[in-house]
Design a protein around this ligand. Structure first.
Ligand SMILES: NC(=O)c1ccc[n+]([C@@H]2O[C@H](COP(=O)([O-])OP(=O)(O)OC[C@H]3O[C@@H](n4cnc5c(N)ncnc54)[C@H](OP(=O)(O)O)[C@@H]3O)[C@@H](O)[C@H]2O)c1
Length: 301
C-alpha cells in the first residue's frame, strides 16, 4: 500500500511522469509521497486514478504534461514508444529537462540526446536498478549519464527514487551499465533455471529444497568477483587460474549430468568445443582475463 503523500511543497520542484506502467506508477507514487507536485500522463488514463486521488494532476495530453514543469521523467515500454509519444509534442521540450528511465540501448540514448538537444531541451539518460516495490527504498539505485548541469539541478528530486549514480557526461554510459547488469542477472537466472532442472530430476527433490544450497553456493562464489576483476585489470600474474584441461573436464561432467537428467546440455557442448579449440591451439591456462577476452568480437579490419 502507498504511503500518504506529504502536502505538495513550495520548495520541492514539480515533476511530470510519462508512463504509469508498473515502474512509472511506482516512480510517480514515490515523488508524490515525497511531497512533489506530480503531473502524470498515461495511454490508459484509468491507471492514474489512485494517484489523482492522492493529489497528482492528470494531464489530458503529452504536451500538457510536458508543459506542467521543468522536469519530465519518461518511463515507457521502449524507446520507440517514447519517441512516438514525444514527437508530436516535441516543441514543449524546449528549455525543459527530459530524463528517460525507459530501458534502451546505448545507441538509443545517443540518438535521443541528439534529438532532444536539437529541440533546445536538456537530456539525461537513466537506468533503474530496482523492481517497482523497491523504488524509494535503500535497495534501489539508478544510473544516470549525460549533461551534468540538468542532472545536478534535479539530483535531489531524482534521489527520491533511489540512490543516484551519475556516470559522467557521455550519455550512453548509463544504459551500457544498466544492460551489463541486466545481462549478468539474466545469465544468473538462466544458471538457476538450469541447476534447478538438473537437481529436480532427482525424485523427491523440489526446487525449494534445492534453492538454499544454490543461494549459499552462489553467495560464496560472488566473493570471487572482485578478485577476478582485479586480475582482469592487472597485467601481472593472475590470483585466480585453472588449467584448461580441468575446466574442460568440469564442462564435460556438467554436460553429461544434464543429459542424464534429461536436461539440455547445449551450453556445455559449446563450451567444450570452444575449450577443445583453445587447447588444440596450445593454450593451457584459464583465467578471468582470458575468459573475458574470449567473449570479445574481433574488430573488423
Ligand atoms: N518493471 C520492472 O521491474 C522494471 C525495472 C527496471 C526498469 N524497468 C523499465 O521501465 C520501463 C517501464 O516498465 P514497466 O514495468 O512500467 O512496464 P509496463 O508495466 O509494461 O508499462 C509499460 C508502459 O508503457 C506504456 N505503453 C506501452 N505501449 C504503449 C504505446 N504503444 N503507446 C503509449 N504507451 C504505451 C504503457 O501504457 P498503458 O498503461 O496504457 O499500457 C505503460 O505506461 C521499461 O523500459 C522497463 O524496462 C522496469
Amino acid at each position: 500500500m502507498s504511503a500518504s503523500p506529504a502536502a505538495p511543497s513550495a520548495t520541492k520542484p514539480p515533476v511530470t511522469v510519462l508512463g504509469l506502467g508498473l515502474m512509472g506508477y511506482a516512480l510517480a507514487d514515490a515523488l508524490l509521497t515525497a511531497g512533489h507536485r506530480v503531473t502524470v500522463w498515461n495511454r490508459t488514463a484509468a491507471k492514474a486514478a489512485p494517484l489523482v486521488e492522492r493529489g497528482a494532476l492528470l494531464a489530458p495530453s503529452v504536451r500538457e504534461a510536458l508543459e506542467a514543469g521543468p522536469l519530465t521523467i519518461a518511463c515507457l515500454l521502449d524507446y520507440d514508444t517514447q519517441r512516438a509519444l514525444l514527437e508530436p509534442a516535441a516543441g514543449a521540450l524546449h528549455g525543459r529537462t527530459l530524463v528517460s528511465l525507459t530501458n534502451g540501448s546505448p545507441a538509443q540514448a545517443r540518438e535521443t540526446e541528439s534529438w532532444a538537444l536539437a529541440l533546445g531541451a536538456r537530456y539525461v539518460d537513466g537506468g533503474i536498478m530496482a523492481v517497482p516495490h523497491q523504488i524509494a527504498t535503500p535497495e534501489a539505485f539508478l544510473f544516470y549519464s549525460g549533461a551534468q548541469d540538468p542532472f545536478d539541478e534535479h539530483r535531489t528530486t531524482l534521489s527520491v527514487l533511489g540512490t543516484p549514480h551519475y556516470l559522467g557526461p557521455e550519455v550512453d554510459v548509463a544504459s551500457l551499465y544498466d544492460l551489463a547488469l541486466l545481462s549478468g542477472m539474466d545469465m544468473m537466472f538462466a544458471g538457476f533455471f538450469h541447476a534447478t532442472a538438473v537437481a529436480t530430476s532427482h525424485k523427491g527433490t523440489t526446487a525449494s529444497d534445492f534453492a538454499p544450497h544454490l543461494v549459499t553456493w552462489l553467495t560464496s562464489m560472488l566473493g570471487m568477483v572482485p578478485l577476478m576483476a582485479a586480475d582482469i585489470d592487472s597485467s601481472g600474474p593472475p590470483a585466480y587460474s585453472q588449467t584448461l584441461d580441468l575446466v574442460r573436464a568440469a564442462a564435460r561432467n556438467m554436460g553429461d549430468a544434464a543429459r542424464e537428467a534429461g536436461v539440455r546440455a547445449d551450453h556445455f557442448d559449446r563450451t567444450v568445443a570452444e575449450l577443445d579449440g583453445r587447447i588444440a591451439a596450445g593454450e593451457t591456462e584459464y583465467t578471468a582475463s582470458t575468459a573475458v577476452d574470449r567473449l570479445r568480437v574481433p574488430a573488423r579490419g
